[in-house]
Write a protein that binds this ligand. Structure first.
Ligand code: AMP
Length: 257
């Protein structure tokens, strides 16, 4: 079974982003960029499937600027076998990414595609779902456990999977036919620490570079950003002397009790 993971280069989660003065977006000049955390989880999940003998090959795909090669190298250091970069400087929105991924999937023919549930820069949470619709494949979103069929209740060797999904107030367990799309939730796994020997090994693994035109996809944006603004600053808190004053303020000022 071939597994494909989608990995996005995003502003590192530790960076406090600043909105550009012209409100056209967020300033990403000179800030640390990393792999989207949910995509690390996706790559870890795919690598574990390979280590468990369920997957034969793991291919990581990234769409974006040439520096996304660094993101792919991280995926290769986690355990992916090879990378595919769809290189473009164009602003990529989820629909464009889904179309590009579909074109790569048409070439690669994986049985399982694992994406993050959301990219922490645009917070769109759309790409996996759009991709499943474009491919007309089953999807299991917000996965916290992935079991690939081994001839037990879930079906034939690679024919199906049992996915545990994080839903409001609990967990939902579903079976899906493969090929399928899975998106990762935070509790699926804890990605391994990338070691220096694995970083060195990753340098030797191949990365194919394609352009959107090679895949016959026009990635131009379909949505226009009107403006991006900072969240409203929070008002300073007050320290109350005792519980009685707190209760009185909650009653008469905040009016919450
Ligand atoms: P989003 O719909 O933008 O929140 O992203 C959801 C998931 O889609 C991410 O966690 C990635 O797995 C995948 N994805 C989004 N954008 C890209 C990209 N430019 N390259 C590769 N994968 C992406």
């Amino acid at each position: 079974m071939k597994v494909l993971t989608a990995v996005k280069r995003v502003v590192d989660y530790n960076v406090k982003v600043r909105v550009k003065a012209d409100q056209s977006g967020v300033d990403i000049g000179n800030v640390k960029m990393s792999m989207n955390p949910f995509d690390e989880i996706a790559t870890e999940a795919a690598t574990r499937l390979k280590e468990a003998g369920k997957a034969s090959e793991v291919v990581a795909v990234s769409c974006g600027v040439p520096q996304s090669q660094e993101t792919l190298r991280t995926a290769l250091a986690i355990g992916a076998d090879r990378g595919v970069l769809v290189e473009t400087d164009a602003e990529l929105q989820p629909l464009a990414v889904a179309k590009l991924l579909k074109a790569v999937i048409d070439r690669e023919q994986p049985q399982l595609v694992i994406l993050g549930k959301q990219a922490i820069d645009d917070d769109a949470g759309q790409t996996g779902q759009l991709l499943a619709a474009l491919l007309d494949w089953p999807q299991a979103t917000f996965a916290s456990d992935i079991e690939i069929g081994d001839g037990s209740a879930t079906g034939s060797a690679t024919g199906s999977g049992t996915i545990t999904r994080e839903v409001d107030g609990g967990l939902e367990v579903i079976t899906i036919r493969l090929p399928a799309i899975v998106t990762t939730d935070l509790r699926l796994n804890e990605p391994r620490y990338v070691t220096l020997p694995n970083i060195m090994k990753a340098k030797k693994k191949p990365i194919d570079v394609l352009k959107p035109a090679d895949l016959g996809v026009d990635p131009s944006p379909r949505l226009k950003t009107l403006k991006v603004v900072e969240p409203a600053a929070r008002k300073a808190g007050v320290i109350v002397p005792d519980v009685a004053t707190l209760l009185q303020k909650l009653k008469s000022e905040a009016k919450v009790i």
